[in-house]
Design a protein around this ligand. Structure first.
Ligand code: CA
Length: 222
């Protein structure tokens, strides 16, 4: 059975992945600290590494660089909340085989793991450089946003929030997930900043584009 190493410091996410993989017959190990990924990776016979970028001690990019520098060539899938195209490019150029952004569906991660274990060619993320949902189009390279034929200006945070919605069309996204994704962990979770920014996006993308799901969050209409 394939043996998967999970480098992830959030216990909830690590155990979610572990449970899912074990139910599929994989064996797993978790390392929560960037400083120890290399040791653990070299001590066992792992077939694949799932690598978080935001690890304590040493970040995922450094870990990846060291692994590849030492000739470790097993597949690496980066799993990160950072969805910036520059992070993706840096990850793939640094020797990762694939890049999955959080939040993610377990089925998607599993499918990508299976592709890597089959030794298929890396899927570069070219198809994800332009996100299109309904009449909203986001170009991740040029940061251009269009609603129908109309060009819309979105400052950085609004763009990132729009990107999050467009990556998960039709799915409910909680305020916490948006806060985490757009502002990072250190923002006060009691703040209503998410609602304010959803308001900005509605003004620019159209009032019906993002719907409120009572008690749960928001959803991009498809
Ligand atoms: Ca992390």
């Amino acid at each position: 059975m394939p043996n998967i190493l999970i480098a992830e410091d959030e216990p909830r996410i690590a155990s979610f992945i572990e449970k899912g993989l074990r139910s599929q017959g994989f064996t797993t190990a978790v390392v929560a600290d960037g400083l120890h990924v290399l040791d653990v990776a070299q001590s066992g016979s792992f077939d694949l590494l799932i690598l978080d970028l935001g690890l304590p001690g040493k970040d995922g990019f450094q870990v990846l660089e060291e692994l590849r520098g030492q000739g470790e060539d097993f597949p690496v899938i980066i799993l990160s909340a950072r969805s910036d195209i520059h992070d993706k490019i840096a990850g793939l150029e640094g020797g990762a085989d694939d890049y999955v952004t959080k939040p993610f569906r377990f089925e998607e991660l599993l499918a990508r793991i299976r592709v890597r274990l089959r030794g298929a060619r890396p899927v570069r993320e070219a198809q994800e450089l332009v996100l299109k949902t309904g009449n909203v189009m986001l170009d991740l390279r040029t940061r251009q946003v269009k609603v129908g034929d109309r060009l819309v200006e979105l400052p950085a945070r609004e763009f990132t929030m729009a990107e999050m919605f467009c990556r998960h069309p039709g799915q409910v996204i909680s305020r916490e997930q948006l806060l985490d994704y757009v502002w990072g962990y250190d923002y006060n979770p009691g703040s209503n900043i998410v609602d304010v920014y959803v308001g900005y996006l509605r003004k620019k993308l159209g009032s019906k584009v993002i719907e409120t799901v009572r008690g749960m969050g928001y959803r991009l209409r498809i």
